[in-house]
Design a protein around this ligand. Structure first.
Ligand SMILES: [Zn+2]
Length: 646
């Protein structure tokens, strides 16, 4: 059996790219400093985080009560994970010193037995692990563990890793006692974190514990009801002891191998799936692999927005029913698309099938990028596909939709999650195995990898995503055997691969173009067409019936009020006419604009709401910009799906 390709190491890749730079540079320049201020409650006019203060109180270095959400510790965890990855490609002694300081504080906040969670340490020590449904201790431990693994991988420092191994050891002990042997977390995350901890420590117990958590889920669907009967159970989020458990919300309605549709809270679901994909590989578990496959198909064929957003309901941030993907009321949390990318990354590793990387790219290049302003200091939690700012009112069903990005959130899961994702973009871009390299994202930059036992360095140059052109320059000191695989995305037309100027005649296999070694000093020129195109949805997707979207390559485009005037709903696009493209170097950091012909419905400014005759129509020219850049030019309407005419 082949080895599984693994994501390239954080220190082995540098991305310097016209598209990705505008996001990646934000991490060290804006997001980490800004978020550090936020975690320390130093951002005026933003909701206080209290995250660092909670750690100080837990460490006995300050007095007071815990404030914030019960999972507030995860904000510093994700900040540390983002800082770790950033140090890999932009060394910064001051940032590293700050991170070391935070890690020491975490160490002091840890209890002697390894327990780490400031809420329970400060407020409810008797209730540890008593409310797994909503207490989020294992979720928090998971994020801390992921951060510790990243920090160790990049800096080589063991301090944080040792702290989290103590916590993991405690979890492995507690959750095998008779009392907790059927227990599993209400919010998945610890599973994938324990797998990552196993990968760096080699301690099999962590991997086994992750599998036990996954295998227990849904076997006793009433676990959360049983736990609520314990005298030390305490409620969160307005729970009552008798409250029925919404098992689908927690993905425990059925054992995971029997689940056929992605259900419940979307972030929970995809974090679980990421762990399931890893476990399917580690244990060569066909039934688990089958479940991953089935749930992937359900998400991508029935429950995913064109932008790679998932979890369409503003109530409980959850999956609903097949084809229920409302545009204006969408939830589509940034974190959920990050989790989808994490799941797809692992599926691509397991199967070497490029279509998973297509979905990963869709989520990353549309929803995750849209989650942050181009200035790096404002964020979307919710990512709608149509916005009319006037109806995004508090105390209505649209209250969750914010028409402009926010500075910070009381529940600030998304901003630091976006930061850690951009900082670790390399791991989504390239995967490697002893016999091959797979290029999944197209970027400018360079990376080094082992290929056929040799170290090869590859320089990449591209105008992607606005041009379908990529040049790879391979350097190796002696000939390296093995394959280089270029992803052939579903949107790429007429691919051409030249090797040292001659047709490379690559072999197409499951969405990748394979080129065989040996490699030494070689140049690969890969190109394909990806003209702007219309896309239609399955007619069962009610919200998009009679509408089309515009895409170019992986990028979904949208209309904005600033380019098209108000009342975007009154516009229709002529799908029988062509789309024209123009690169504007000065707009939104440099972007291709797409223009189309269409019509606008008009009505007299004064007059009755309802009439016996249709509104008049006038010709209109429509301008589309990439969805990921929307909302960067002041508030206004936005719309992805436009009514069609011909
Ligand atoms: Zn989030």
């Amino acid at each position: 059996m082949h080895a599984r390709p693994e994501p390239i190491g954080a220190r082995d890749i540098t991305i310097h790219d016209a598209f990705w730079d505008r996001y990646m540079r934000l991490v060290p320049e804006k997001m980490l400093p800004y978020q550090w201020q936020a975690l320390n409650d130093l951002v005026p006019d933003a909701e206080p985080s209290h995250c660092i203060e909670n750690l100080r109180i837990a460490a006995g270095e300050a007095q007071g009560h815990f404030h914030g959400f019960v999972f507030q510790d995860t904000d510093i965890a994700k900040w540390l994970e983002a800082a770790a990855y950033t140090l890999a490609w932009r060394p910064d002694p001051a940032l590293e010193a700050l991170a070391d300081q935070a890690i020491e504080l975490i160490g002091r906040a840890q209890e002697p037995d390894g327990y780490l969670d400031t809420y329970f340490t400060i407020e409810a020590p008797k209730s540890k692990f008593r409310n797994l449904r909503y207490g989020h201790e294992l979720y928090t431990a998971g994020h801390m563990t992921e951060a510790a693994v990243a920090y160790y991988q990049v800096t080589g420092k063991r301090r944080f890793l040792d702290i989290m191994c103590r916590t993991a050891d405690l979890i492995c002990r507690v959750f095998r006692t008779e009392e907790f042997q059927a227990a599993y977390p209400g919010h998945e995350e610890i599973e994938l974190a324990l797998i990552r901890l196993y990968a760096v420590t080699g301690k099999r117990d962590y991997l086994d514990m992750a599998r036990e958590f996954v295998d227990r889920r849904g076997v006793d669907p009433d676990y959360f009801a049983h736990e609520a009967a314990h005298p030390d159970w305490i409620p969160f989020f307005g729970q009552s002891r008798e409250e029925p458990v919404d098992t689908k919300y927690h993905q425990c309605h059925l054992p995971v191998r029997e689940q056929t549709a992605a259900e419940g809270h979307a972030v929970r679901a995809v974090y679980l799936l990421a762990a399931m994909a890893d476990l399917a590989w580690e244990y060569r578990d066909e039934s688990l692999a089958g479940a991953c496959q089935r749930l992937y198909e359900n998400i991508t064929q029935r429950r995913m927005y064109i932008t790679g957003g998932i979890g369409s309901s503003g109530v409980m941030e959850r999956f609903t029913a097949d084809f229920d993907l409302p545009n204006d009321a969408a939830y589509a949390e940034s974190c959920a698309s990050i989790g989808l990318a994490m799941f797809c990354r692992r599926m691509a590793q397991n199967t070497r099938d490029g279509r998973y990387a297509d979905t990963m790219e869709r989520a990353l290049m549309n929803t995750v990028t849209a989650g942050v302003a181009l200035t790096g200091d404002a964020f979307f939690y919710v990512n709608p596909l149509a916005v009319w700012p006037d109806n995004c009112l508090e105390d209505t069903s649209m209250a969750h939709v914010k028409p402009v990005r926010q500075k910070w959130f009381g529940c600030a899961c998304c901003p630091p999650n976006i930061a850690r994702t951009f900082a670790s973009l390399g791991q989504y871009a390239v995967m490697t195995a002893p016999e091959g390299i797979w290029l999944d994202l197209f970027f400018s930059g360079r990376f080094t990898a082992k290929l056929g036992g040799q170290t090869v360095e590859i320089e990449c140059d591209t105008g992607f995503p606005f041009e379908g052109r990529l040049t790879l320059r391979v350097h190796a000191s002696s000939p390296a055997a093995g394959t280089i695989a270029l992803r052939l995305p579903a949107y790429a037309q007429g691919p051409s691969v030249l090797r040292n100027g001659a047709d490379a005649a690559p072999r197409l296999e499951k969405g990748y173009l394979y080129l065989d070694g040996p490699w030494q000093e070689d140049t690969i020129q890969y190109s394909f067409a990806m003209p702007a195109r219309f896309v239609w949805a399955d007619p069962r997707l009610r919200a998009d019936v009679g509408r089309a979207a515009v895409m170019k390559g992986p990028l979904v485009y949208c209309l904005e009020q600033i380019d098209n005037g108000e009342d975007l709903a009154a516009l229709s696009v002529d799908v029988s006419a062509g789309l024209s493209e123009r690169y504007d170097p000065d707009l939104l950091g440099g972007t291709v604009l797409i223009r189309a012909r269409g019509r606008r419905l008009t009505a007299p400014a004064e007059g009755p709401l309802y009439r016996d005759a249709p509104p008049a129509e006038t010709p209109a020219e429509l301008t589309f910009v990439p969805y990921c850049f929307w909302g960067n030019r002041g508030p206004g309407e936005m719309q992805v799906w436009t009514r069609t005419c011909s």
